[in-house]
Design a protein around this ligand. Sequence first.
Ligand SMILES: [Cu+2]
Length: 279
Amino acid sequence: MKMSKGQMGARLLGLAVGGVALAASGVASAELGQPAPWEYKLQEAATPVMENITWFHNFLLVLITLITLFVLGLLVAVVIKFNARSNPIPSRTTHHTLIEVAWTLIPVLILVGIAVPSFRLLFLELDVPKADLTIKATGKQWYWSYAYPDNGKFEFDSLLAQDKQPRLLGVDNEMVVPVNKIVRVQTTGADVIHSFAVPAFGIKIDAIPGRLNETWFKATKTGMFYGQCSELCGKDHAFMPIAVRVVSDQEFASWVETAKKKFASAPGDTFASAAGAAQ
Ligand SMILES: [Cu+2]
């Protein structure tokens, strides 16, 4: 098929407009706490840690784009100005002190500029602040169990609910937490290695048999937040979603009262083993 320059231009313009519209609709349909069709960005942040991750991601994206454009510019200049036709007698220069110092120092400064916010973020993620409550998440083949040692020592299983939306993310019993409270999440595995990950909270931590790992989050928004086991843990790895419902203090208190009765059982060995592993 032959196209005139005008047709080609119109077609390219159409593609570009379509792409932008697609991107805009992706943003528009983004829902808090869960993936959205055509989403290409990080999920909207619901914790201070995730806000920091998002900022760091955007910062690096701008930086790497500028560096790439700069290198591309250099390459294009070399190709145009120094090819055999336009530059038949090449210079025999092999050293230039100023340029050599510059191309050593400038990348070092860029890396230091990246390292400072990077370490600040790492410390924010890894330093668990004084927690308001602790939840122990145990990864099992193939579901999660949540224990609330600070709120009456009950524990319950959270299994994928086929009939619930969003598809493959809805569960029968959600993990419930109060808003604006620091929640310490301890993770372990009952059989194989699992991984506890909730994108909107900016947390992802391995759940390893015989070990007790910990992370934390402080949800600043109420609503449903979904995650997934992010470690290949067997045939139903893709079917052990994490569903967290963030509620007000009063709603949390009344949920705890209901949960204590609903999930009443003698404190299982999970609390004993949690205490053992913590020592
Ligand atoms: Cu798993």
